[in-house]
Design a protein around this ligand. Structure first.
Ligand code: PBG
Length: 326
């Protein structure tokens, strides 16, 4: 008797059958493209460490969103680069804030594009931390209550601007509950929350911090992001977020954390997103530029691996390219 694997690979038309029986398949509906929205006009500046990704002013972002829509991409995730940073990140809840302007403009011109907003403060505060900084025993620490309060202001403002989903990324304890409650009380109980539930303190965010100018000016994020060495903790964090009302949970970064994606998916069976972060993108781009890797094959392998691990949604800077390849 010959073995089934043998028959599948030797058969004439094997490629067709392999395609038919493939357990996982990438589709344009899997992807969410992050966009960096920059204040001002006619800004389209390429991010040095992320070739092919740009900081875009609102009217430029609209052009990009139109192209993404034509390519079949269904969702974008917006990050804002405001004109002015301050101690609190007040641009995040201003009617004229950079994200509010972008959301309104995109929903007006490309209404069917699902617009997700990143909900955080690090790109909006002078100190680059994900909330309000207070003091305890002479030490600078994150003021939780003040931060949760401002997170509520931020999501309501995003919702009023027309966001289809909010994605809190700060890993602040209690943030999902505070956001859910704020939305419910303001007439936005239909708006889903995608929580960055298992977010690791990772070196792979380097290029993003250049892109979004959001590196912490002192200290690091280890007090609120998870230690790379932990896995059970990811399950506990995710379970808390789900208890607080998260509709979609996220694991971030992707490549070094696919075991976490699998565990989260199997533990909760909730829609699970993975963030194929800036450093993962930059590595592939750099190697491809040198001719050391085939970009297309590498990217498709990485993203297929993410689906195989259990991801239902993939946030990736490769989205537009992959849409073209599929
Ligand atoms: C925080 C945020 C970060 C990323 C997404 N949201 C940076 C951080 O936590 O330092 C990183 C995403 C990427 O690297 O692509 N608002």
């Amino acid at each position: 008797m010959s073995y089934p694997e043998h028959r599948l690979s030797r058969l004439r038309g094997a490629a067709v059958l392999r395609e038919m029986v493939a357990e996982h398949r990438l589709s344009v509906s899997d992807f969410i493209q992050p966009l960096f929205i920059h204040y001002g006009e006619n800004v389209r500046s390429e991010i040095a460490s992320m070739p092919g990704q740009f900081r875009l002013s609102v009217e430029q972002a609209i052009e990009t969103v139109k192209k993404l829509c034509d390519a079949g991409i269904k969702a974008v995730l917006l990050f804002g680069l405001p004109e002015k940073k301050d101690a609190e990140g007040s641009d995040t809840w201003s009617d004229q804030g950079i994200i509010q302007q972008a959301v309104r403009a995109i929903k007006q011109t490309v209404p069917k594009m699902l617009v997700i907003t990143d909900v955080c403060f690090c790109e909006y505060t002078e100190h680059g931390h994900c909330g309000i900084i207070g003091e305890r025993n002479g030490q600078k620490v994150l003021d939780h209550d003040a931060t949760l309060n401002n997170l509520a202001l931020q999501v309501i403002s995003h919702a009023k601007a027309g966001a289809d989903m909010v994605a809190p990324s700060g890993m602040i304890d209690g943030m999902v509950g505070a956001i859910r409650e704020a939305l419910d009380q303001s007439g936005f109980s239909h708006l889903p929350v995608m929580a960055y539930s298992a977010k690791y303190a990772s070196a792979f965010y380097g290029p993003f911090r250049e892109a979004a100018d959001g590196a912490p000016q002192f200290g690091d994020r280890r007090t609120y992001q998870m230690d790379v060495a932990n896995s059970d903790e990811a399950i506990r964090e995710t379970s808390l977020d789900i208890g607080e009302g998260a509709d979609i949970v996220m694991v971030k970064p992707g490549l070094a954390f696919l075991d976490i994606v699998r565990r989260v998916k199997e533990s909760f069976g909730l829609p699970t997103a993975v963030y194929n972060v800036s450093g993962e993108y930059a590595m592939v781009k750099a190697a491809a530029e040198k001719g050391w890797l085939s970009e297309k094959e590498t990217v498709l392998e990485i993203l297929t691996g993410m689906k195989r691990a259990g991801a239902d949604l993939i946030i990736t800077y490769h989205a537009a390219d992959v849409a073209r390849w599929l």
